[in-house]
Design a protein around this ligand. Structure first.
Ligand code: COA
Length: 339
């Protein structure tokens, strides 16, 4: 554990980021063999060409890919695992209900007795966890907090024609960031938002027991442990909420879209992303996408983008960046940073 900083004022900085993508690729051509679909349909409706899948034979699990991403983030920050005071793992694909994935990641990486807790907010998980981590550091109780956004959703997909509306979208990935205190109080979150609407739960859910299915679920398609998504409803929710959220967050910070150096958005569907980009008149170079290569990686999506952007030099100190996500719950969240 690192020594505490002198009392406030203090800011928060992104000290390091990392990510891990499993090496197994599921291409649209693979999907064509498993279900009635086509590369052309998938690219046109989603923008996705391929997504990654864990390899159990290589020992890849939610925990192992989280450890890989976090260890890269710590290296990038020049910190040791024992420098972490707290670890938050955002995921909906934990291996067990108990213990939490965060406890196992903390143990595997050698983080000693740091606090460890999981957070469940589907595709918004990393952004929620980032907002919590920021407040823990800003408030002075913790100096260095690690956040992992990870999901392994390919085992929850129904790779057949009945499941094609969902199975084409999702891939596996982990991303991580390490947040730490700085004596420069101008650095950190300028505005953030976290919302939910439980009325929409049945548009995206993973049933564990027969009673979990909504009453109107197709009786012939009730398989436990798989993800169900009403694509049309999620699309309608996402396309409006995503744009409202950007407007709300900019408004809270008293900023305009052109003041933001980089938008780091949840990669759900290229059409949803493009609608937002066009509405705010954001140039392509400030609106990163990697959905074509990795698909929708749920809680892994935003931190993978963040790390790719930082490592390529497109995100750096002094900039303003806006993290935005939405997903199951339903949930939506944002985090606007002064780096
Ligand atoms: N390949 C070929 N045809 C498919 C298909 C696939 N993979 N998936 C669905 N279809 C068919 C449907 O069966 C339907 O056929 P019908 O008209 O004969 O009934 C037709 O295509 C249209 O289906 P629909 O579900 O309305 O398609 P869509 O245009 O809404 O696209 C999604 C489906 C999933 C791509 C789209 O709804 C979507 O992206 N939704 C948002 C999902 C999302 O972002 N989720 C994550 C939130 S974090």
């Amino acid at each position: 554990m690192t020594p505490p900083l002198p009392s406030s004022p203090r800011g928060v900085r992104i000290a390091g980021t990392g990510h891990y993508l499993p090496s197994n690729v599921i291409s649209n051509k693979d999907l064509e063999r498993w279900m009635d679909t086509s590369d052309e349909w998938i690219v046109q409706r989603t923008g996705i060409r391929e997504r990654r899948r864990i390899d159990r034979d290589k020992g890849e699990t939610t925990t192992s890919i989280s450890v890989a991403a976090l260890s890269r983030a710590l290296d990038n920050a020049g910190l040791k695992p024992t420098d972490l005071d707290m670890l938050i793992v955002a995921t909906v694909s934990m291996e067990m209900t108990c213990p939490s994935t965060s406890c196992r990641v903390a143990e595997a990486i050698g983080a000693g007795a740091c606090g460890a807790v999981d957070l469940s907010a589907a595709c918004c998980g990393f952004v929620y966890a980032t907002n919590f981590a920021h407040e823990l550091v800003k408030g002075g109780a913790y100096r260095t907090v690690g956040v992992v956004g990870v999901d392994v959703l390919t085992p929850l997909m129904d790779y057949c024609t009945e499941g094609r509306g969902t199975a084409i979208l999702f891939g596996d990935a982990a991303g991580a960031a390490v947040y730490t205190a700085t004596s420069d109080p101008s650095k950190g979150i300028l505005a953030q938002a976290m919302h939910s609407d439980g009325h929409g739960w049945k548009h995206l859910y993973i049933p564990r027991e027969p009673r979990d299915f909504p009453e109107d679920a197709d009786p012939n398609r009730r398989k436990l442990g798989l993800m169900y998504m009403n694509g049309r409803e999620v699309y309608k929710f996402a396309v409006t909420k995503f744009q409202d959220l950007i407007a709300q967050t900019l408004d809270k910070a008293g900023l305009r879209a052109e003041d933001i150096d980089q938008f780091v958005c949840h990669q759900s569907n290229a059409r949803i992303l493009e609608a937002a980009r066009e509405r705010f008149g954001i140039p392509h170079e400030k609106f990163y996408t990697n959905i074509e290569r990795v698909g929708n990686t749920s809680a892994g999506s935003v931190p993978v983008c963040l790390d790719e952007l930082r490592r390529s030099g497109r995100i750096h100190d002094g900039q303003k960046i806006l993290l935005v996500a939405f997903g199951g719950g339903l949930t939506w969240a944002s985090s606007l940073w002064q780096l």
